[in-house]
Design a protein around this ligand. Structure first.
Ligand SMILES: [Zn+2]
Length: 432
């Protein structure tokens, strides 16, 4: 286990914070320090076809060790950390044999990681936790994923009796600013499917995410001296307010969960002459997603009709842009890739936690670029902040899952994907 800890610490102590305001790739040149270290390491453990392109995307190959045809699969993670919290000067602390009580992260500033607030901690009693010193994030998102992929490849290279097909690994910059998939060369990667190792707690397995769009609505007005305004003034702020009021009640992020979609007003600014509303639209279901976008158009149309005579032209202009789509559409036709990961976890005694993501992942973008790509746990908790931590045992389990998936891919007859389906669970579902 010390080997995993050492590798993880060597990654998190390199500052790789990305920057949404930068136009370059990687968004921050410092990310390349870790990218180059990864290249060195992949080469050192014996991987082939190890490359880094001009945008910092790292790829490598573990060649097949069997005679028969096996689909090439891939594992992907990102090496940048979130700009939401400080990523420089990470000083990891190792809590061996965790007692189940409070963890003092920083005595000086009295920063405590407590199971009273973070209840998930309790399931890791007796395990080894890696935490921050309370002043930075940890970067387990997603350096835990890097650690797991590199360690699994190393394990397979050292244990050639474990059968596997060709395996590709891919490490990307700038996932945290939504650009990780942008310049990913899917063709060069050349895998039939892949998994991002970028989920949170042990067992997580995700292949459904939101369909997402962003809307901007501009409302015009007419400013007239309030003393002479009757019948003449149009206050755009009041129209903007009417628009927000016309959105369905209770369909906001703070009042929805699971598969429930929402409208989320993210910006509101205005004067009498002009007001702007920005919102994001989310739904797992494509039909409902389209309905939601239609509704925004409908409300705007009604407002325009109401003011048509007085204003002369459209008083409200709406612009809706799709952002990403539910990967389920691309993964469902090859559902056996999820079943394979689920079986790998079950074989290892890990309870799979399959749930819809209320957001997007790089994997959903990659899925639409031709690389179906579910997401698997990397083990960490409380991402993007000072309370971030990762149990080493969860990282070890993630390594085991990668190895198991590699092995199952080589020993499964893909002409009959039925054999991958966990029979008990499926039978239960059908009865309902
Ligand atoms: Zn991540």
């Amino acid at each position: 286990m010390q080997h995993i800890i050492d590798r993880f610490i060597s990654y998190v102590t390199i500052d790789t914070e990305s920057d949404a305001n930068s136009q370059t790739t990687p968004s921050t040149p410092k990310q390349l320090v870790l990218a180059k270290l990864l290249v060195k390491e992949l080469t050192a453990i014996g991987m082939t076809e190890v490359t880094i392109d001009k945008n910092g995307y790292v790829m490598g190959t573990l060649p097949s060790n069997v005679e028969h045809n096996v689909p090439t699969i891939g594992f992907v993670s990102h090496y940048d950390t979130s700009p939401d919290f400080k990523g420089e000067g990470v000083k990891p602390q190792i809590i061996a044999n965790y007692s189940g009580g409070d963890i003092l992260l920083n005595a000086e500033q009295n920063i405590i990681l407590s199971p009273n607030y973070f209840k998930d901690l309790l399931q890791y009693k007796g395990q080894t936790l890696i935490t921050t010193d309370g002043t930075t994030l940890l970067g387990a998102d997603d350096k835990a994923g890097l650690t797991e992929i590199v360690s699994a490849m190393e394990f397979l290279l050292k244990n050639p009796e474990i059968e596997h097909g060709k395996i590709r690994v891919g490490f990307t910059p700038d996932e945290e600013i939504g650009r990780g998939a942008d310049l990913f060369d899917v063709e060069k990667f050349g895998a039939a499917w892949a998994y991002t190792m970028d989920g949170s707690q042990i067992g997580e397995l995700e292949y459904e995410n939101f369909n997402a769009a962003g809307a901007k609505i501009t409302f015009k007005g007419k400013s007239v001296h309030p003393g002479y305004a009757k019948g003449k003034m149009i206050n755009s702020m009041l129209i903007a307010s009417d628009f927000i009021d016309a959105l369905p009640k209770g369909e906001t992020p703070e009042e929805t969960k699971g598969y429930e979609g929402f409208f989320h007003v993210t910006q509101l600014s205005g004067s009498i002459e002009e007001s702007k509303v920005e919102l994001i639209i989310r739904d797992h279901d494509m039909k409902k997603f389209l309905k939601r976008k239609d509704l925004v158009h409908k409300i705007v149309r009604k407002i325009n009709e109401k003011f048509a005579k007085q204003f002369g032209e459209d008083i409200a202009v709406v612009e809706i842009k799709d952002q990403y789509y539910n990967m389920k559409e691309k993964v469902e036709p090859v559902k056996y890739i999820v079943d394979l990961a689920e079986k790998a976890m079950q074989d290892l005694g890990i309870k799979p936690l399959i749930k819809p993501i209320r957001g997007g992942t790089d994997g959903c973008r990659l899925s639409y670029m031709g690389l179906p790509c579910p997401n698997i746990f990397a083990g960490g908790h409380n991402f993007h902040g000072k309370y971030e931590y990762v149990p080493v045992e969860s990282m070890q389990k993630a390594i085991d899952v990668i190895v198991k998936i590699a092995q199952l891919t080589a020993t499964t007859d893909f002409s009959d994907p039925e054999i991958l389906k966990p029979s008990k669970k499926k039978a239960k579902k059908k009865k309902k």
